[in-house]
Design a protein around this ligand. Structure first.
Ligand SMILES: *[C@@H]1O[C@H](CO)[C@@H](O)[C@H](O)[C@H]1NC(C)=O
Ligand SMILES: *[C@@H]1O[C@H](CO)[C@@H](O)[C@H](O)[C@H]1NC(C)=O
Ligand SMILES: *[C@@H]1O[C@H](CO)[C@@H](O)[C@H](O)[C@H]1NC(C)=O
Ligand SMILES: *[C@@H]1O[C@H](CO)[C@@H](O)[C@H](O)[C@H]1NC(C)=O
Length: 405
């Protein structure tokens, strides 16, 4: 699972760093310095598109359960491709490397009609058609992104473009929700021309995140605690945190070790220059973008149960009431008949080698399978943000999608 910059160590480091974040005057001044020297730091998806001279549109999609999901589009007359970000992240992730290296820009240059999804609950997709309480609004996990957001999004795009199929590129949670959609609503398989799954996440038995045992040993209590104190949203966008990241992830910052440590403990990134150091402040200042606590709990349950299954309700026969069995049913990945490409890495903490092998056993229509070996030391985030992303991911993705046209 990618806790895309949303890990708990994050919280711990932030806590330790509260001293530096509280010096507001100094922060304000530095903020001005930073925005002069690199104005991408505070730009949202539409502003980034505008800055680099690309046409842009914003589209609102209403799901069957009333959530309002916002898409950004770089319109072209070419074939539509939908890009789907990881957990706690947003459409920004496909843009923050700038026009020479980011997948969204490169796909547009290659003639594709590019659509960028934003999961319910992230900074761009917080709306609902009804006035729900927080407790009601945040009552979703990755399952609803897959079973509600994606089908509504795909139907919307196909209608807007008068196409019958689109291509799909997902990263991490963006792959999980694709698998959920195609197994729970198999009629959507026919609307997918091809899906490229970067760092696919389904089974999580071999998750390597260092704090996962501590967290999951107490998962039921933690879940109850979060509910009791009304903590429904996690890692929401926070300007002070963005600024903190922009500062400590600057190569010339004396506090850069905080950035190194955070990326090491969150993703196993031993060498921070596997990410493009000149863009790192921009990358780091755009995450996190928020998600529901239930989403994180659902992913952690996968580590405990060793199954790729629906949300487990704690106590009181709620599973039986909801699913008709005391254990939640598994997602039936054999239903995912759409053609897929898997791109994975042996050292990925969240898309573990063994778990990918389990996924391969069940997926019926794998057209390409790429596994970067250990020596490449290619960690989770590098599938979207890496210094090698253009050569190893983006160029091959574009070649493949072009070939399939
Ligand atoms: C990093 O900090 C230096 C010194 O404050 C500044 O000149 C430079 O523009 C910053 N780099 C980025 C990418 O923000
Ligand atoms: C939404 O509901 C809350 C209480 O649940 C209430 O305070 C608020 O005024 C409502 N807003 C609208 C626009 O109805
Ligand atoms: C959350 O959703 C589940 C299933 O969709 C439902 O059973 C439950 O009652 C909901 N809880 C709240 C607080 O709305
Ligand atoms: C899963 O899907 C496959 C393929 O459609 C089907 O043959 C199988 O019976 C399904 N398994 C379950 C448990 O529903």
């Amino acid at each position: 699972m990618d806790f895309t910059n949303c890990t708990f160590i994050h919280g711990i480091l932030i806590f330790l760093c509260v001293g530096c974040v509280q010096n507001k005057r100094k922060l304000k001044k530095n903020a001005d310095d930073i925005s002069e020297s690199n104005s991408d730091l505070h730009l949202n998806s539409l502003q980034l598109l505008k800055r680099y001279g690309y046409p842009s549109e914003r589209h609102s999609v209403v799901t069957d359960d009333g959530y309002i999901v916002n898409l950004f589009r770089i319109p072209r007359r070419g074939p539509p491709v939908l890009l789907v970000h990881g957990i706690g992240d947003s459409s920004d992730c496909w843009l923050v490397l700038g026009p020479t290296n980011s997948l969204a820009f490169l796909l547009s240059d290659a003639g594709f009609d590019v659509w960028l999804y934003n999961a319910r609950g992230n900074k761009y997709s917080k709306g609902h058609t009804r006035n729900l309480s927080s407790k009601q609004y945040w009552n979703f996990s990755y399952e609803e992104m897959g079973s509600q957001d994606l089908p509504a999004t795909i139907d919307y795009i196909l209608r807007a473009t008068s196409q019958t199929k689109l291509s799909y590129v997902g990263f991490s949670q963006g792959t999980t929700i694709f698998l959920v959609m195609c197994s729970m609503r198999p009629e959507y398989n026919d609307k997918i021309k091809h899906a490229i799954l970067l760092a696919p996440v389904a089974w999580l038995s071999h998750l390597k995140f260092p704090f996962i045992d501590i967290l999951t040993q107490n998962l039921e209590q933690l879940t109850a605690l979060a509910e009791n104190i009304g903590l429904y949203e996690l890692f929401s966008e926070n300007p002070a945190l963005n600024l903190y990241h922009a500062q400590v992830c600057n190569i010339s910052s004396p506090a850069k070790v905080l950035c190194d440590l955070e990326y090491y403990f969150s993703y196993g990134l031993k060498n921070i220059s596997n990410l493009p150091v000149d863009r790192l402040p921009v990358i780091a200042s755009h995450i996190p973008a928020g998600s529901s606590a239930k989403t994180f709990v659902h992913f952690m349950q996968g580590y405990v149960s060793k199954r790729f299954q629906r949300y487990h309700y704690y106590g009181g026969g709620k599973n039986t009431d909801t699913f008709g069995s005391p254990e939640p049913p598994e997602y039936n990945v054999s239903q995912v008949s759409a053609p897929v490409t898997l791109m994975c890495s042996e050292v990925d903490w969240f898309s573990g080698y063994e778990d990918v092998q389990t996924l391969r056993k069940f997926l019926p229509n794998i057209v390409n399978y790429v596994m970067f070996n250990k020596n490449m030391d290619f960690t989770h985030l590098e599938f979207v943000f890496g210094a090698r992303v253009k050569a190893l991911i983006n160029d091959p993705v574009i070649r493949l999608l072009r070939y399939l046209e």
